[in-house]
Write a protein that binds this ligand. Structure first.
Ligand SMILES: Cc1cc2nc3c(=O)[nH]c(=O)nc-3n(C[C@H](O)[C@H](O)[C@H](O)COP(=O)(O)OP(=O)(O)OC[C@H]3O[C@@H](n4cnc5c(N)ncnc54)[C@H](O)[C@@H]3O)c2cc1C
Length: 297
């Protein structure tokens, strides 16, 4: 039986203290949120740390609040708490719906949205949708030379993910919140995935803005995930998805081809690149129909 190697767990009282611990222990330390990825990777000796910094006990990172037309989700909020949040269900129902379909209820009750984004496992759901919703993340650290408090910056989700299992956080930086614009009455959004194994084979997110209750689309954003090392937005495909609905429907195959061209499709255990290209076509059609029907939660 594979056992977990020994490690020390630290419970900081603030983000500043957590960041200082990360810097102090360097490569031998990691943030510990739900542990659903981290502990598994440590058990299988894919990662090794002597010090885990428990984020969940830090005040302020478990809250979900609204502010200036956005929802601010603390990085340590579990998938389950987001799925069940009345605020998320009201303000951005498509996100609550996505969260209800992540993994299984045991993983959702422990795994966090922040951990999901930072780990950047290619076969993950949330980042693909967050890209099209225009979400950003708040990052904080006890920067050198700062006598008190924390240095903070806000970056788009696409600037957080650097590649498969890689993020752009600097040493000592911690993801503290995810900021998601609230839905407006003239927005339509949907996320759909295709899954036969434990993790999704494909995820497709679509966001549309309409000027006349869904007959014309004035703006569109589309992204695909899981079929490529990290979620990929396709701005040129988005442009094809604007205009009169009947015209947009005709252009869906062309838009799907652009999405596939822009994603780094590869042959792997989930299927060939050609198969994934086909799935993108099927799921763009389905996701468009779902977004237009507006049947999220
Ligand atoms: C059986 C199974 C099925 C799954 N199916 C799906 C699925 O269908 N769709 C999907 O999207 N995901 C799926 N997942 C992934 C799951 O969503 C993630 O495991 C979970 O969200 C990770 O969060 P965590 O809090 O457990 O992260 P942890 O394991 O605690 O951390 C993961 C990594 O991120 C770092 N980290 C965590 N939080 C922060 C932070 N705030 N700032 C900086 N670094 C941080 C940690 O140091 C670590 O390197 C599945 C997982 C399992 C085990």
């Amino acid at each position: 039986m594979t056992t977990l190697p020994r490690f020390e767990i630290h419970q900081p009282a603030s983000i500043r203290e957590a960041s200082e611990m990360l810097v102090h222990y360097g490569d031998d330390a990691a943030i510990y949120a739900g542990g659903t990825e981290l502990l598994l990777a440590m058990k299988h000796r894919a990662l090794a740390y002597g010090h885990l910094i428990d984020l969940k006990v830090v005040p302020g990172v478990n809250a979900i609040e609204t502010r200036d037309g956005t929802i601010e989700i603390g990085a340590a909020c579990t998938h389950r708490s987001i799925e069940r949040s009345a605020l998320v269900r009201e303000k951005q129902p498509v996100l609550a719906e996505l969260e209800s379909q992540v993994a299984n209820v045991r993983v959702r009750a422990t795994g966090t949205l922040g951990g999901n984004l930072c780990f950047a496992e290619p076969h993950s759901d949330p980042a693909t949708l967050l890209l099209v919703l225009g979400a950003t993340v708040g990052v904080e650290s006890a920067a050198a030379g700062l006598a008190a408090g924390v240095a903070s910056r806000e970056i788009p989700v696409e600037k957080l993910i650097a590649g498969a299992y890689a993020n752009h956080l600097a040493p000592g930086e911690i993801l503290t919140r995810i900021i998601v614009p609230s839905a407006k009455p003239n927005h339509r959004a949907a996320y759909m995935k295709f899954q036969v194994h434990e993790r999704p084979t494909l995820g497709l997110g679509l966001w549309l803005e309409t000027s006349d209750a869904g007959r014309t689309f004035t703006a569109a954003r589309v992204a695909v995930g899981c079929v490529c090392p990290f979620p990929s937005r396709a701005p040129a495909a988005g442009e094809l998805l604007t205009g009169a609905r009947a015209e947009v429907e005709k252009r869906l195959p062309e838009a799907a081809a652009l999405i596939a061209d822009g994603a780094d499709l590869a042959d792997d255990h989930e299927g060939s690149a050609e198969y994934k290209r086909h799935l993108i076509g099927v799921f763009l059609r389905r996701t468009f129909a779902k977004a237009v029907a507006g049947d999220s939660l």
